[in-house]
Design a protein around this ligand. Structure first.
Ligand code: NI
Length: 183
């Protein structure tokens, strides 16, 4: 089932999300719905707050980038209760967008590599290190669980220029191909 994606201005996107346990109701159905919602919107990652749920979980699938890097073809992951335990000092800049902030793409600086600890969909624990694009997507989704958006990270000058666009999204004046829930 395709769920509506909550856009900029919804309070749930600014909440610190809560950890979940195995007993979270209908978790496998939720994961399936989040993937379906993400693919329908041509996204590569989707965090639970973006479908209105303030819980610590996100899904990622980088298969769309397999032409750039064959290794990305098999990078499909659910991360539950993740913690980024290490971030490299070295930062890199790249353009990002977000399904909750339609129509905006901006350069964002982030640590080039990270170590992340998380539970998979079977509640098995993993600790993994990622570099480059994978690290970037994980950090972007992780930020959603902390109530942060990529637009918070752009330079002050760019942010000033974005202000009216963001206000319009918050007022529901947005056009996207996929189903959204405006504030
Ligand atoms: Ni996002």
């Amino acid at each position: 089932m395709i769920l509506p994606i909550y856009t900029y201005g919804n309070a749930v996107l600014r909440k610190q999300a809560e950890p979940i346990d195995k007993n979270y109701p209908n978790l496998s159905m939720l994961i399936e719905n989040m993937y379906e919602t993400m693919y329908n919107a041509d996204g590569v990652g989707l965090a639970a707050p973006q479908v209105g749920l303030p819980i610590r979980m996100f899904v990622i699938d980088l298969i769309a980038f397999k032409e750039d890097d064959p290794e990305l073809a098999t990078f499909k992951k659910v991360m539950i209760n993740p913690t980024i335990t290490n971030r490299s000092e070295n930062e890199v800049s790249a353009e990002e967008g977000c399904l909750s902030v339609p129509g905006i793409h901006e350069s964002v600086n982030r640590p080039e590599s990270i170590v992340v600890q998380y539970l998979d969909e079977h509640f098995e624990e993993h600790t993994e290190e990622y570099v480059g694009f994978k690290a970037r997507v994980i950090q972007h989704e992780y930020d959603h669980l902390e109530g942060n958006l990529f637009t918070d990270k752009v330079s002050p000058i760019r942010r000033q220029l974005l202000k009216s666009k963001l206000t319009n999204i918050a007022k529901g004046k947005t056009s996207s191909r996929y189903k959204v829930k405006t504030a």
